[in-house]
Design a protein around this ligand. Structure first.
Ligand code: CBF
Length: 789
């Protein structure tokens, strides 16, 4: 029934899709192309039906056949093509682009196994990883286009200024329709699959039974799109990741230029008037040198002409300032894999250094600046082996460089890329992230949506989220409060049933649902959350039954994947599960505290958890989380946030007001001094912190978790010595949690804050973000597909 429903919805979409393609072709507008290694699309059926406004009709039709729409929808596998926030952001952006009728579409890779499917070992609490065969039963949402395919070359050498490649595969297009909400526009997400190039197949070797030689290209092709982010600990792993990035860039740039020609364009100096290429983080950096190569080597442009237009065509979004996440590749590896591109990159580098030196001389740099610059130069020169820094290449080639939240964009300018900022301040922008209110409120939370529509007076808020502000006028109205609470309760019930189904844990529905779901990472500090829970548990154990009965009952829910080779993150998962096993089975504690790790966090699971949440945790060390987007989804769904002044939390707090946000922790400028204090041995931890670590060490949770605790204390062999300042923020975190408990006990006050949260979530609509990209970076305008006559 799912397949039949999907086929029927697809039929409706194909008509809009074809009309959109034809209309864009006819109008020949400037078009933007979003290049991303990740998309976290989630289920397509719910979204397509919802965007086409056919939810009622499909529910009815399925009911008459003896099915429910919910059951049919839940059969769909999540497209496992992403890892975290960056991938989900890309998918929200596509939804907004289509909804705003903008001429833009996405490019990505069609990974066979995505990232991985996560399980939990019941006995040890450890994370398990399985290949996620999400295409096993086919994907009704994609259309294979074998006629759209491009050669992708690797290795070889440069002969007379041109590349003579050593190996080749073919990139073949698979397209998925992305319908806009209440519009005929339906854009494309084009995913590339790698296939062996028939030219390279050595038939003679095969017939001589030398299968290894003859199947070489086939193996390379199947490796290229096997998984997202393959381990890059070895040179082979690095080569594979870089090859994947190059395949995305090369196939997409070839396709973009082919379309540009097909639409009758021919003046290369005006390419940027028709094309904008957005590099979603540094993974698609090679788009710039690839565009240069094609323009010079295939189209015959001079270096200067090619560079002049490339610089106006590509733009870069930075999504992280964590130094270890700023990609760099060994220069000799890039040279071996992509010899012609390395020549181009070297020349970009040389010309940039020359022009920067000129600019510096012209400014007759102040003494202080000069000292700082000399120091930086020395650091980079000393790096061995020499590296290609992808973010630097993006900053030099890009027409625009943007951060993803106000505080993050300031950090990008003042620290991460300060040298570039000083040279070309006009390129730097902020584009605070957003999420689509369709998937993340209207469709995932129909119960709350119905209440909102009633009190706002119409459903215009589904696109114009400023309309949500009208809720604030009624935030203390008992009738709205009652309906609001009933909607939340209904969602908590759904969540409770899901938890029972997948973990066999019974969670009490009248407890506060406190949720932290995101990738497991030390900087996101799930560790702080679980240590806080341990402290709470320890306190409760020491209470008399009468005292205990006064505690606010909580269900603490975690979800998220730890990257397969990230040992410390996996230890955190194990600690959470072990704490859960003890706490959840402690008869003294009963329903007062439950700790749940829900395995295999993905888009659909988020759609179940977020509407049920009452408190959510966004507690990264200040200055580390670029933006966060789940904070926005929780806020939209009437959830209160406990958080640090980091990423988009800062702007969320400004919108909801500090009375409706539980703030704690040190601020970004206080982080380095706090690290220095630690390093100098001057940090005195709060007694509650020391007690909590000792409690874990006493073995209450089975293992003593020495590697984790040691990392907080900077013990030899155990990491960087609380680099993310869990100890420093612990006391302030506990105090904020006490404020949460007090606030939750006042049910009316809490509900009022919950309504205010939703009411002032309008800014975090990805339609707003995309409108800004369109106007301030891409220079594109809506191109609305007319109704069929
Ligand atoms: O901008 C989208 C998201 O990107 C990340 O997930 C990333 O992959 N770098 C960041 O960690 C998030 O803060 C950010 O919201």
């Amino acid at each position: 029934m799912y397949q039949a429903t999907a086929q029927s919805v697809r039929e409706g979409l194909v008509e809009r899709w074809n009309d959109t393609y034809a209309h864009f072709h006819k109008e020949n507008p400037k078009q933007a192309y979003y290049l991303s290694m990740e998309y976290l699309q989630g289920r397509a059926l719910t979204n397509a039906i919802g965007n086409m406004g056919l939810t009622g009709e499909y529910s009815e039709a399925l009911r008459s056949l003896g099915y429910t729409l919910e059951d049919v929808m839940s059969v769909e596998r999540n497209a496992g093509l992403g890892n975290g926030g960056l991938g989900r952001l890309a998918s929200c952006f596509l939804d907004s682009i289509a909804t705003l009728d903008l001429p833009a579409w996405g490019y990505g890779l069609r990974y066979k196994y995505g990232l991985f499917k996560q399980g939990v070992d019941k006995a040890t609490g450890e994370q398990l990883e399985y290949a996620d065969d999400w295409l096993e039963v086919g994907n009704p949402w994609e259309v294979a286009r074998p006629q759209v395919s491009y050669p992708i070359s690797f290795y070889g050498k440069v002969v007379n200024g041109k590349w003579a490649p050593g190996k080749q595969v073919r990139a073949v297009a698979y397209d998925s329709p992305i319908p806009g909400y209440k519009t005929r526009n339906c854009i494309s997400l084009r995913m590339w699959d790698a296939q062996p190039s028939a030219v390279e197949f050595d038939l003679a070797a095969f017939n001589a039974s030398d299968y290894e030689t003859s199947m070489g290209p086939t193996n390379l092709a199947s490796m290229l799109c096997a998984v997202l982010y393959p381990g890059d600990g070895t040179r082979e792993g690095k080569a594979l990741r870089l090859s994947q990035q190059y395949m995305l860039c090369s196939a997409s740039v070839q396709d973009i230029l082919a379309r540009w020609k097909e639409r009758g364009n021919s003046d290369w100096s005006k390419l940027h008037e028709k094309v904008a290429i957005q590099m979603n983080d540094t993974h698609p950096t090679l788009a710039a040198p690839e565009l240069m190569r094609i323009l010079m080597d295939d189209e015959g442009l001079s270096w200067d002409d090619a560079w002049a237009v490339t610089k106006k065509t590509v733009a870069y979004t930075n999504h992280t300032v964590m130094p270890e996440a700023l990609e760099k590749w060994p220069l000799d590896l890039v040279e071996e894999l992509l010899p012609r591109h390395m020549e181009i990159i070297k020349r970009i580098d040389e010309e940039f250094i020359a022009s920067a030196a000129k600019a510096k001389a012209a400014k007759a740099a102040k003494k202080d600046d000069k000292k700082k610059d000399d120091k930086k130069k020395k650091e980079s020169e000393e790096e061995k082996p020499a590296m290609v820094r992808m973010a630097n290449l993006c900053c030099i080639s890009g027409m625009a460089i943007n951060g993803v939240a106000a505080i993050h964009s300031e950090i990008v300018k003042d620290f991460t890329f300060n040298d570039f900022y000083k040279l070309f301040p006009e390129k730097f922008q902020n584009k605070t992230n957003g999420v689509t209110p369709r998937r993340w409120l209207a469709f995932c939370n129909p119960q709350l949506s119905a209440v909102i529509t009633k009190w706002v007076g119409n459903d215009k808020w589904v696109t114009d989220t400023d309309e949500l502000r009208k809720l604030a006028e009624h935030a203390t109205n008992p009738e709205l409060q009652a309906e609001w609470k009933a909607a939340k309760l209904a969602r908590k019930k759904i969540c409770k049933d899901y938890i029972k189904k997948v973990t066999d844990i019974d969670v009490p529905i009248d407890s506060m649902f406190d949720i932290q779901v995101k990738r497991i990472h030390e900087y996101k500090r799930q560790f702080l959350n679980i240590l806080g829970i341990i402290y709470r548990y320890k306190q409760m154990k020491a209470m008399t039954p009468e005292e205990r009965a006064k505690c606010v009952p909580r269900v603490c829910i975690f979800g998220g994947k730890a990257y397969a080779t990230y040992t410390q993150a996996k230890r955190i998962v194990r600690l959470i599960n072990n704490v859960g096993s003890v706490v959840n089975n402690d008869p003294e504690i009963g329903d007062l505290l439950k700790v749940v790790f829900v395995p295999d966090y993905n888009v659909s699971l988020a759609e179940t958890l977020i509407p049920a949440s009452e408190l959510s945790q966004h507690i990264s060390t200040a200055g580390t989380e670029a933006s966060g987007t789940s904070n926005m989804k929780f806020q939209m769904n009437g959830c209160l946030i406990i958080g640090t002044l980091d990423g988009a939390n800062v702007e969320i707090r400004e919108c909801v007001g500090d009375d409706n946000f539980f703030l704690f922790g040190i601020t970004d400028p206080e982080v380095e001094p706090a690290r220095a204090e630690r390093a100098a041995g001057k940090f005195v931890p709060d007694a509650r912190f020391t007690e909590t670590l000792e409690y874990v060490r006493s073995g209450v949770f089975g293992d003593k978790f020495e590697e984790l605790l040691g990392s907080l204390e900077g013990n030899e062999g155990f990491g960087r010595g609380d680099y993310f300042l869990v100890g420093k923020d612990f006391a302030s975190y506990l105090e904020a949690q006490e404020r949460v408990d007090v606030a939750y006990a006042d049910s009316m006050g809490w509900t009022e804050s919950s309504i205010i949260s939703t009411a002032f979530s309008g800014k975090f609509n990805s339609d707003r973000t995309i409108d800004q990209y369109a106007k301030e970076i891409w220079g594109i305008k809506p191109c609305t597909v007319p109704e069929r006559k």
